[in-house]
Ligand binder design. Structure first.
Ligand code: GLN
Length: 542
């Protein structure tokens, strides 16, 4: 029997609802339950693929090629359960499906309304594509009171009626702000937030209260009384030193116990030893390295959420703390002295990116790392810029560029117009729709024997996730290889370059895919482990 836990948020956004959901998922798993996490996003975009990372943070890509909310990354990292297309939906997608059905005449003349047609579509989404999970944890994006969230709240309200109390639970995340002049944690915003939920017919079963200090007994009683929630189900969620401690902290406060009490489930103590180990390793590293991330969205760390996590995992695997030095690539174009900032780092990473702005700066960073023997890791756009750099400066192809920036004399990176996705031929045209039209999701790649990546992965055939429109042009392969840049990972048909490396360099690898999306705390991605290992060696040199 699958049970549903709905997670809503109140008071303010950015309380870490995604992390809270992921941590609860991990706790339930630690008691042997099968879980899956889902997210309902109330915005109107069909998916976050067309949204600027400045506004919405990273786009998380699943194996099955969905462009999803970054919270799915938390879910996957904390539970190890691979997210799928059917785990994230937006208002935009719900409405476009409902309207498409209406146009086909599927509703047989009915007047199409938010209730029941839109709410039915939402309920259908929440309860479909299950695989005998014990728990579905379903997070509703935004904050209660948002106009666009109403149909989602209405749908989950109805699900209590449809499935019964035994199969549904409402968890609400709120904030208890500390007011220094009063010397108190304040409960009023939580009371108001619960009132708001009640106004749409939802009585929370558990309150998870974010606070920066312990919750006095009196305040807990007050919340319980005003919000109609059992005292034992008012759970303080205090700030912790590392995100890996969140499951441990919630367990200590009894969040999982609340869930089992609600559903009348008898369980033993969960095995949380691996969380204890990782939290301790994360906060007590034996050394540190500094990695420059040269990109465009460096003011908003959420834009590189998975990347930061993957670097941290690589650090944990090597027992070092990874300090990230965020560098706006454009400064290498405008300030000639700026490259000096790279002199004290132990590795340079150019992450995924789009558009011409800042690209010459990224290329300068590649030149620096290549010439100085500093470990270089290029991801997606960072690989493409490494190829352009090698073409210009190693192979002497002066006009080398990417057609992403307009017509190129020497298109070493060009638009991919046709490729095979399984048995299906996918085609793209210049100037076509931007939404959902990239090479997306998991694709296989074959590694060349004797190459560095073959050794790093310790296997020949790998699968990694993609999200890009342009590809390295194989026409240039012979000249680039002769100049020292080897193509060591290719699609199995040999047509698409997936990995390039410079064997003569201490560590210089560019990958067309996004390895950061698959890195997990308990399974650090081998490329990140190896990159940080190279950075540790570099740190001994400088
Ligand atoms: N802009 C490049 C492309 O579309 C790279 C994309 C990326 O880095 N994700 O191919």
């Amino acid at each position: 029997m699958t049970r549903f836990i709905f997670i809503t948020g109140g008071v303010v956004s950015s309380l870490g609802k995604g992390l809270a959901s992921a941590a609860l998922g991990a706790l339930l798993q630690a008691n042997g339950f099968k879980v899956r996490l889902r997210k309902l996003d109330p915005y109107l975009n069909v998916d976050p693929g067309t949204m600027s990372p400045y506004q919405h943070g990273e786009v998380y890509v699943t194996d099955d090629g969905a462009e999803t909310d970054l919270d799915l990354g938390h879910y996957e990292r904390f539970t190890g359960v691979a997210s799928r297309q059917s785990d994230n939906v937006t208002t935009g997608r719900i409405y476009s499906d409902v309207i498409a059905k209406e146009r086909r005449g599927d509703y047989l003349g009915a007047t199409i309304q938010v209730i029941p047609h839109v709410t039915d579509a939402i309920k259908n989404f929440v309860t479909s594509n299950l695989e005998e999970e014990d728990f579905i944890l379903c997070e509703i994006g935004g904050t209660v009171g948002d106009i666009e969230g109403l149909p989602f709240l209405e749908a989950i309200r109805q699900l209590r009626n449809d499935l019964g109390r035994d199969r549904t639970m409402y968890m609400h995340l709120t904030l208890l702000p500390y007011i220094p002049t009063a010397g108190e944690l304040k409960t009023k915003p939580t009371q108001h937030s619960v009132k708001e939920l009640l106004s749409v017919g939802i009585q929370p079963d558990v309150l998870l209260c974010r606070a920066d200090r312990p919750l006095p007994e009196g305040e807990r009683k007050k919340i319980s009384l005003f919000c109609n929630v059992d005292e034992r189900d008012v759970i303080p969620a205090l700030d912790v030193d590392t995100i890996y401690r969140v499951p441990l902290a919630y367990h200590a406060e009894g969040l999982d116990a609340s869930v089992y009490r609600h559903f009348n489930i008898e369980t033993g103590e969960p095995d949380l030893s691996r969380w204890e180990t990782i939290a301790e390793t994360a906060i007590r590293p034996e050394g540190e390295v500094s990695i420059a991330v040269v990109g465009k969205y460096t003011v908003l760390p959420d834009a590189y959420k998975s990347l930061i996590e993957a670097l941290t995992h690589g650090g944990i695997a090597n027992n070092v703390k990874v300090n990230i030095k965020w560098i706006e690539s454009e400064i290498f174009e405008t300030e000639s002295e700026a490259l000096h900032t790279l002199e004290d780092v132990h590795g340079v990473l150019v992450p995924g990116g789009f558009g011409e702005r800042g690209s010459e700066g990224k290329i300068s960073a590649v030149t620096f790392a290549r010439e100085r023997g500093v470990p270089y890791f290029g991801i997606c756009f960072g690989m493409q810029m490494a190829v352009v750099e090698a073409a210009r400066n190693l192979a002497g192809i002066k006009g080398a560029s990417s057609t992403e920036f307009g017509e190129a004399k020497e298109p070493v990176v060009g638009l991919l117009t046709e490729w095979m996705n399984g048995n299906q031929l996918e085609q793209r045209k210049l100037g076509g729709n931007l939404g959902g039209t990239m090479r997306l999701g998991a694709f296989p790649c074959t590694l060349q024997d004797g190459s560095r990546v073959r050794e790093i992965y310790a296997e020949q055939d790998i699968s990694e996730r993609h999200r890009h429109r342009y590809e390295v042009n194989t026409e240039y392969r012979p000249r680039l290889e002769a100049a020292g840049l080897k193509f060591t990972g290719m699609s199995p048909d040999g047509l698409l370059p997936e990995i390039v490396e410079i064997p003569e360099h201490p560590w210089f690898i560019g990958v067309q895919f996004h390895p950061e999306l698959k890195s997990k705390p308990f399974e650090p991605h081998p490329l990140f482990t190896s990159f940080i290992d190279a950075a540790v060696k570099q740190a001994r040199l400088v």
